[in-house]
Design a protein around this ligand. Structure first.
Ligand SMILES: [Zn+2]
Length: 252
């Protein structure tokens, strides 16, 4: 297994999602490759920070009480499927809590589980690219360098646009892993703001959609058989301008 394959699998490894054989191959690689070990350490540090740090919120007592008091006491002790009554109350309470939190985090979107997960993944990839000093694998502002770099690394040829003249210079490209597959990551800049664009083939056709998540603006669309996600801390007006430029056929 080479470094590139290992980098794609690191998230799955950290989350304990790899099958035993893959897991062993990746571990073997870490033992012999200091570079990948360093990346692994930063992924683990990020994971630990997300679990224990200030991002974790405990529900305030008032909210807990309100959810608890909204359930009527059960008339009988036996419940559906033999689960004790209190377990069902716990399940319902956590679902209610999740929907409250999701609604607060993604105010512009109806609750769609698959979408929510994708939004989380795209945001996590964006944040990771900024934190782990792994913004790009290939550093170039020339699309004639970046586009061929993906050849042989992905099972599709991403379309790479040059938007330097329009004020969005390209920084480079990166392999990433989103939605259960290897995807192309294209990195652009507007002043000091980094814009990550993730793209991969998909049969779905959706209209351009903008949303906000964890302080980032995201735009998602499909074009020429590809799903695109753009994400940045750039203001939403300029990000939409960027997306319109990407969508225009003259930029490809
Ligand atoms: Zn390596």
């Amino acid at each position: 297994m080479n470094c590139q394959e290992v980098r794609i699998l690191i998230d799955g490894y950290v989350d304990g999602e790899l099958d035993p054989i893959r897991n062993r191959e990746v571990e073997q690689h870490f033992r012999t490759c200091p570079a990948c070990s360093t990346v692994l350490n930063s992924h683990q540090a990020l994971r630990a920070a997300l679990r224990t740090g200030s991002l974790y919120r405990t529900a305030p007592p008032a909210l807990r009480n309100r959810i608890r008091s909204s359930f009527k006491p059960a008339p009988t002790r036996k419940s559906l499927m033999g689960l004790p009554q209190w377990r069902w109350v716990a399940v319902a309470a956590s679902l209610a809590l999740v929907s409250v939190l999701t609604w607060r985090a993604v105010p512009f979107l109806p609750t769609e589980t698959a979408d929510d997960q994708l939004i989380q993944e795209v945001t996590a990839s964006h944040v990771r690219s900024l934190m782990v000093t792994h913004l790009v694998d290939i550093s170039s502002s020339d699309r004639h360098v970046v586009k061929p770099w993906f050849t042989g690394k992905l099972d599709f040829a991403p379309s790479v646009a040059d938007l330097t003249e329009q004020g969005f210079p390209m920084v480079g490209g990166r392999l990433d892993y989103v939605n259960g597959r290897a995807v192309a990551g294209l990195v652009y800049k507007r002043r000091e703001h980094v814009i990550n664009v993730f793209l991969w083939p998909s049969a779905a056709a959706v209209e351009t959609r903008s949303l906000a998540h964890q302080g980032y603006h995201l735009v998602c669309w499909t074009q020429s058989g590809m799903t695109y996600w753009a994400i940045s801390d750039l203001n939403s007006r300029e990000l939409q301008e960027f997306v319109q430029l990407l969508q225009s056929p003259s930029s490809h």
